[in-house]
Design a protein around this ligand. Structure first.
Ligand code: 73E
Length: 812
């Protein structure tokens, strides 16, 4: 059934009138957006219901992806696109004198995640639905998303992100499926009249978990999966106990705000409450189904896979045990077998400061029954491991260590699968971070390199490129990404290359206009657009990028008439509010931008643009216009990265260290089609082991570098307080934790090669084409297929879904 433009116009008018009781001509942009969103939601509701019913009726295995973060981005365009309605809607609106793009801007971009981890979860939701795999998301409906970033005087300021201020038309509150989550109080075990041990509770804080469901629309396959986000409320029958607004605070605060830390951990009580709240509500709602249909509990692992996205939801393991023991009265052995076979865990980082370790006292107070169960899991683990592996390994792998609950250890012990997110990262887990566990359970470890959805990150964000590919190789690549490799056969076709260059220039012009609009900076679209977009973190080394720009600036000042290839350095990055060093880097880049962008000696040779409030919507504008993708983390530190994949798929050339998924990008695209520099991860390990790294020595012996570093503190950059000193200090006086100085020379050399190659536009565009044509392996559809086949044992249940042929190549 295809919708005609005429039908759309008629239905949309009815929709608008039914919501606002006047004619659409009088509607505000926001009202028109709401009506359009509602129209799309109504359109898909039949499939949403049928998908749900089909899964139950056919009793298929369902995946539940538990994540504290989801970063879906705006949903109107992507839902309309996946449903096959987008062109019709665009045309219809145009006939009505309305603009789709304008209405779309009225949609809030839900920032319910920090960065890569949350965005990955949303790419996975898109791929699950598009592959027709029964998959559900389970998370938190934060009332405030990640802070809105503003720059005041070049400093980051955080403002609350009240994304629900306007109604969220995509969600459906589901009062029928609420559950109760208990915190604190006293708990003891008592034998009941049937002779079962039962857990008794008193003085608990009871919190009502209310689910809000959001449709996850598959690509043209009639599948609509579900994302369930939980909100904390006062239980209805306890309302009389909450007389004042203040009294309600401990409950409401649970789902009020997302913790703004990426790759970091702070043992805050509220965060532990959030984790347990989400986990308990999610597990209860899954197991309720088995009770309702009286299904054999031992079949749970055949019907359910629960995925633990980093350790944040690792309490799934004791919570599932709690329900199976206390409410289903299974034996420990039965409950453990079910739990272990159901759960799987992904590790996303090796950064020590990101590994969750909860103080035992905190856990005991807040979750007394859960703590008892963790203690018992630990006791049994120690009991079985000790006689076989001895003391050292046993104590190093125990869950309870030195007064804390080690969540990664809980996750590994309670899961049948443990995976990293890129080949190198998985190797580091096996050889270093989780080495002892790899010895205990080698069969559990596997790699699943991250991926991205081409639908959002190419088809929708880069329509020009998408049309060109369609024209050259047909549309099959859209459902079978491996077809993209056919595009490579055009690498020597002059016309195609010219067209590709034209499209890039158009995208750059569009971004240049936007830069002028929001930053008031005029940039030349013919300059190299050099992009680093990711959270601000010392290990990601935005300050290495900064040093190179500063070095370039000094060169221009010294020799303004030399022949420079014009470059625009583009940044997007939020710093965690408490991460002072990261905020100092932002300030220095902003101050340098202010200097450089207004220096008449510099002109178009060099510009710096630091966007405020980087997020999914901004990424969609920047990525199609990028020439260079900066992936410059210290080797071994970035688990995978995903902006590297998005930028490559849009034809940017990668400038990278051999870290995370950059290595696999190199394997597919070829070293000659990117710019590699810096220490390898083995060299980093050796350098750390040798313990003789001498940053000051490098500073003193490297003239070029010294001049650049000195410019941080000698007044070259106006407007700084002590931020330049702080960076200088960390690098020179505190021995440069992330080996920025060590990699400086080879980074400068790689940047020189970028300039050199850009002078040969044809060759640059040829390499760009090869990048695009080699990007298929990083489709999240492949990643999800591997998760489904190897870990979840979940089947595709729709023949129309994206067909993913097995890919040859190095991704395991
Ligand atoms: O390398 C990225 C990776 O691509 C990694 O840093 C990121 O996850 C991405 C997706 O796999 C990540 N985020 C976090 N840990 N790793 C994290 C940790 C604590 C809170 C929020 C996010």
């Amino acid at each position: 059934m295809t919708l005609t433009v005429k039908e759309f116009i008629k239905d949309f008018k009815v929709q608008f009138q039914s919501m606002y009781a006047y004619s659409y001509e009088e509607g505000s942009t926001e009202q028109l957006y709401n009506a359009l969103g509602m129209y799309v939601k109504n359109y898909l509701s039949g499939n949403w219901k049928e998908t749900r019913e089909k899964y139950v009726k056919n009793s298929v295995k369902q995946v539940f992806y538990f994540s504290m973060e989801f970063l879906p981005g705006r949903q109107l365009e992507s839902n309309a696109y996946n449903l096959g309605l987008l062109d019709t809607i665009r045309e219809g609106l145009q006939e009505m004198g309305l603009s789709f793009d304008e209405l779309e801007e009225a949609e809030a971009d839900p920032a319910l995640g920090n960065g890569g981890l949350g965005r990955l979860a949303s790419c996975f939701m898109d791929s699950l639905a598009s592959l027709g795999i029964p998959g559900n998301g389970n998370g938190i409906r934060y009332q405030y998303g990640l802070f809105r970033q503003k720059f005041v005087d070049g400093y980051q300021v955080e403002l609350p992100e009240n994304w629900l201020r306007h109604r969220n038309i995509w969600e459906t509150r589901n009062d029928k499926s609420t559950c109760m989550v208990r915190f604190g109080g006293n708990v003891w075990l008592e034998e009941n009249h049937l002779g079962f041990m039962e857990a008794k509770y008193e003085n608990t804080l009871n919190v009502l978990a209310v689910p809000y469901d959001t449709p996850m629309v598959g690509y043209r396959n009639d599948i609509v999966n579900n994302l369930r986000l939980w909100s904390a409320e006062i239980p209805i029958d306890e309302e009389e106990n909450y007389h004042t607004l203040e009294a309600t605070e401990p409950i409401k605060e649970i789902t009020q705000v997302l913790y703004p830390d990426d790759s970091n951990y702070e043992g805050r009580l509220l965060r532990l409450k959030q984790e347990y709240f989400m986990v308990s509500a999610g597990v209860q709602s899954i197991l309720r189904h088995f009770r309702k249909y009286n299904l054999p509990r031992k079949n749970i692992p055949d019907k359910v896979a629960i995925h633990i996205n980093d350790t944040h939801p690792a309490l799934v393991i004791p919570e599932m045990m709690r329900i199976l023991l206390d409410e289903e009265h299974l034996t420990w052995e039965q409950a453990w077998e079910i739990t272990f076979k159901t759960c799987s865990y992904t590790n996303h980082t090796i950064l020590r400061e990101a590994l969750e370790k909860w103080p035992i006292d905190m856990m005991k107070d807040l979750l007394p029954r859960i703590y008892m169960i963790i203690e018992e899991i630990n006791r049994r683990f120690v009991e079985t491991t000790m006689p076989i592996y001895g003391e050292r390994i046993t104590w190093q792998t125990a869950i309870l260590q030195n007064g804390v609950v080690n969540m990664a250890h809980l996750a590994v012990i309670g899961s049948h699968s443990v995976n990293g997110v890129a080949k190198l990262h998985t190797e580091i887990l096996m050889n270093d971070v989780l080495k002892d566990f790899f010895e205990l359970y080698p069969e559990r470890f596997n790699n699943k390199t991250n991926g991205i959805t081409q639908r959002r990150w190419v088809h929708l964000s880069n329509p020009g490129l998408t049309q060109l590919i369609d024209k050259k190789i047909g549309e099959e690549w859209k459902t079978n990404p491996s077809e993209l490799k056919v595009f490579k056969s055009f690498e020597k076709d002059k016309k195609t290359l010219q067209k590709l260059a034209d499209i890039k220039l158009e995208n750059k012009q569009r971004l240049a206009d936007y830069i002028e609009e929001v930053k008031g900076v005029k940039v030349d679209p013919k300059a190299i657009f050099d992009v680093q977009i990711k959270r601000l973190h010392a290990y990601k080394r935005q300050h290495l990028n900064l040093l190179h720009i500063l070095h370039r600036y000094l060169e221009i000042k010294e020799n303004p008439t030399a022949d420079y290839v014009p470059r625009v350095f583009i940044f997007g990055a939020k710093a965690a509010p408490s991460y002072i060093y990261a905020k100092q880097i932002i300030k220095v880049i902003n101050s340098l931008a202010n200097l450089v962008n207004n220096d008449p000696d510099v002109g178009d040779k060099l510009k710096i643009v630091f966007f405020e409030n980087y997020g999914v919507s901004l990424a969609e504008k920047i990525i199609p216009a990028a020439d260079v993708s900066e992936q410059i983390s210290l080797a071994s530190m970035e688990a995978s990265g995903t902006s590297n994949m998005k930028l490559m798929a849009n034809g940017a050339l990668t400038l990278a260290t051999l870290d995370g998924a950059n290595i696999e990008i190199k394997d597919f695209v070829g070293q000659e089609n990117m710019f590699i520099f810096g220490l390898s991860s083995n060299e980093v390990y050796d350098l750390k082991a040798a313990g003789d790294y001498n940053a000051r020595g490098i500073y003193e012996s490297n003239e070029k570098l010294r001049r650049t570093l000195d410019a941080l503190t000698d007044g070259t950059i106006p407007g700084l307080q002590d931020e330049g000193y702080a960076i200088f200090d960390s690098l020179v006086n505190y021995n440069d934790e992330y080996f920025v100085l060590k990699d400086f020379d080879s980074y400068i050399e790689a940047q020189r090669k970028v300039d050199e190659l850009y002078k040969d536009q044809k060759e640059w565009t040829r390499k760009s084409l090869i990048n695009i044509a080699s990007s298929a392996p990083f489709s999240a559809d492949y990643t999800i297929k591997r998760y489904a086949d190897d870990i979840w044992k979940a089947k595709q249940c729709s023949e129309q879904s994206t067909g993913v042929e097995p890919l040859d190549g190095p991704i395991a």
